[in-house]
Design a protein around this ligand. Structure first.
Ligand code: NI
Length: 176
């Protein structure tokens, strides 16, 4: 396993619409290595989620999950989950504001409105079909990572820029 290099804002791959993974490629050794490396990279960088375009692979794959995270100390654990070709089939009407950051724009935080709950389908790393309802912080992470697959940054979703800035400065001003 290895820690991969994170692509940062300015890299065109982060603005692309990622490719659907052919179902017969999910169980290949190459794909399994990529997924393991993504998980290792997420843990190494203290991320709560990581999308394949962030490691230079323009495919519809992301991973998320943590037990405790220094960057989001108030959030409850989210189980390690791997999504391949995820699709949102339904979402709540209600949205909720919450702070997000991103390894590709490290150091910045902003408050982003996200749907409170989602119904989603996709595949896991074994090629099994998943159908889940998720809510709260997990739904937030899912929407953030889904944005990466579609070439968007969380910054584009911010509605109130009074709460956007460098983590340290927001903290100095007691905004987070
Ligand atoms: Ni991100």
């Amino acid at each position: 396993m290895s820690v991969l290099t994170i692509c940062r804002a300015g890299d065109p791959i982060l603005r692309q619409n990622s490719q659907v993974v052919p179902e017969n490629e999910i169980k290949t050794a190459e794909m399994q290595t990529l997924i393991k490396d993504m998980i290792e990279t997420m843990h190494h960088t203290q991320g709560v989620g990581l999308a394949a375009p962030q490691v230079g692979v323009s495919q519809r794959i992301f991973v998320y999950g943590f037990e405790q995270n220094a960057r989001y100390p108030k959030e409850k654990a989210v189980p390690l989950t791997i999504w391949i070709n995820p699709e949102i089939i339904h979402h709540s009407k209600e949205t909720q504001e919450g702070y997000e950051g991103c390894l590709s724009v490290a150091g910045l935080r902003g408050e982003v409105p996200r749907f409170q709950s989602l119904e989603i389908v996709g595949f896991n790393q074994l090629g099994e079909k998943l159908h889940r309802i998720i809510k709260g912080f997990e739904a937030r992470i899912f929407q953030h990572e889904m944005d990466h697959l579609n070439g968007y940054f969380f910054i584009e979703r911010i509605s109130n820029f009074d709460h956007f800035g460098f983590t340290e400065v927001l903290s100095e001003n007691k905004l987070i």
